[in-house]
Every structure is written in structure tokens, then in C-alpha cells.
Design a protein around this ligand. Structure first.
Ligand SMILES: [Zn+2]
Length: 268
């Protein structure tokens, strides 16, 4: 399995990172994709990428919660990094209206700039969206073209919203929220095409049940896969294999179109 979104460089793992990663690999999670946050997260992330070159892959981007009056300076730093290292994706970036709405215009500008990077570098875009689904979809629809593709991480929307993302070559990242009763993401996932789904933990946040409220870690990814399997009425093996293929196609082969999507789009 591949954990497509985990902040394993977080201070919360400083006490047991090596042991935690050993547990993760033993649990069948072979690769971990690390989203950047801002200039302060880069050093720890790059250190892990150097330590585990076959397992831990860094992204480059600016998180919407780190967008403030200084965002252009932060973007300059990210762009400098992009020119000197082969990152796996642009991210995480996006819109967040949960914490602070002060810099919403700057968040949108930062979104547009990073989407352009994704297009020019041929990389997937890893989108964060909190309390901002209508705004994110509207913005993505102004940017969508055959060069833009990616994933909306920690997806908690409706089946209709997933379908709009699908039309724009965006996968959905399913995480621990699927194990929570509130919102019933499992019922929504039942209606999302399997080809569109990738798995993630978003460690150290959003731990799946029975660890909800505690520190999340990448070794819990099978708990999320199990819940997707029951939502899809498929076996854990089938889900693990299909979502791994989806993640490889998206991040390692960088094929914008989702499998099974071409014919559907051609006939629509
Ligand atoms: Zn994240």
C-alpha cells in the first residue's frame, strides 16, 4: 500500500520515528508521500527523503494555512526548491476557510500559481480543502485543462463533488474520516469509482477509529483500507491492490487520465 499523504517529519514523531516507520513497513505500507507545508517543514522532510530514498517521497508547495502577507516570499522559496530537486508532486496547497479567512484572496492567488507549476512541471497537484469545497471546485474549474491532474486530499465531500473532480482528472484521497460515524463518508465512497480512490493517513492528524483523537501514524493505513473495502463490498486485498495501482499511476507514472475514464469522457 501507499500512504499518499503523511506529515511524518512532524515533531510529534521525534521520539519514535524509526520505530514508527518500521511498524509501517511491517504493516504492508511500502511508500509514504510527504506533503510540504512551508519553508519551516522543508528541512525535516528532505532529511527523511534522503534517509529513506525508496520509501519516503517529498512534495513541494505552500499550505493555505501558511499563506499570509508574506506568501510571495514563501512561494519563491518553493519555486527555488522545485528547480533543484525531483519532487513527487506540487503540494500541499489549496483553500482553507476553517482557521482564518483573512488571506483568502492570497490563498486563491497562491492556488493559481501552484497549479501553473503543476502544469509546467508535469506533476500532480495535491489539494487541501477545508470548509471551502464550493470555492475549491469553482477555482479548479477555471484552471482545468488536459495538463492539470491531481488529488483532493482528505476528501469529505459528496458523491456529486467527487464526480466533478473526476471530470477534471482529480482523484480523491480517503483517510481516517471514513472510519467516523458522523458525515457517513463510507456511504459516499460506495458511489465513488474505485479508479478515483487513493489512500492516505494525513498523519499525525485524523487518526482512524480506534485511535481517534490520538496521534495518527502511517502504520494505521490498513484500518482505512479495511473501511474502504467494506464500503465497496470488496476484499482488503482487492482494495489494497487497486488503490496502490491508482497511486502509482498518479504519482509515479504521472498519467493524468484516470483508468476507465477515457471511454466515458469520449462518449459523453
Ligand atoms: Zn496535510
Amino acid at each position: 500500500m501507499i500512504d499518499t499523504h503523511a506529515h511524518i517529519y512532524s515533531k510529534q514523531f521525534d521520539g519514535d520515528r524509526a520505530a514508527m516507520l518500521a511498524r509501517t513497513f511491517a504493516a504492508g505500507v511500502e511508500k509514504i508521500l510527504m506533503p510540504n507545508v512551508d519553508s519551516e517543514s522543508v528541512a525535516g522532510m528532505m532529511e527523511l527523503a534522503a534517509q529513506y530514498p525508496a520509501q519516503c517521497f517529498p512534495m513541494m508547495g505552500l499550505h493555505p494555512c501558511s499563506v499570509d502577507a508574506n506568501f510571495e516570499k514563501e512561494l519563491q522559496m518553493a519555486e527555488d526548491w522545485l528547480s533543484k530537486y525531483p519532487f513527487i508532486a506540487i503540494g500541499e496547497m489549496g483553500l482553507d476557510l476553517y482557521w482564518d479567512k483573512t488571506y483568502f484572496e492570497q490563498q486563491k492567488e497562491s492556488f493559481r500559481i501552484q497549479a501553473t507549476w503543476a502544469k509546467t512541471h508535469g506533476l500532480p497537484l495535491v489539494v487541501h480543502c477545508r470548509e471551502a469545497m464550493p470555492e475549491t471546485l469553482a477555482l479548479l474549474e477555471t484552471l482545468a485543462d488536459e495538463r492539470l491532474f491531481g488529488v483532493l486530499h482528505c476528501f469529505t465531500g459528496t458523491a456529486e463533488e467527487a464526480a466533478r473532480l473526476y471530470d477534471m482528472n482529480f482523484r480523491v484521497g480517503i483517510g481516517g474520516v471514513i472510519t467516523y460515524k458522523k458525515g457517513d463518508l463510507a456511504a459516499v465512497v460506495a458511489h465513488i469509482p474505485l479508479e478515483q480512490i487513493v489512500l492516505e493517513t494525513d498523519s499525525p492528524y485524523l487518526a482512524p477509529v480506534p485511535y481517534r483523537g490520538k496521534r495518527n501514524e502511517t502504520s494505521y493505513l490498513p484500518l482505512i483500507a479495511e473501511k474502504v473495502a467494506s464500503a465497496k463490498q470488496m476484499s482488503l486485498t482487492e482494495i489494497a491492490s487497486a488503490t496502490t495501482k491508482n497511486a502509482i499511476r498518479l504519482f509515479f507514472e504521472r498519467k493524468p487520465t484516470i483508468v476507465g475514464q477515457t471511454t466515458q469522457q469520449a462518449t459523453s
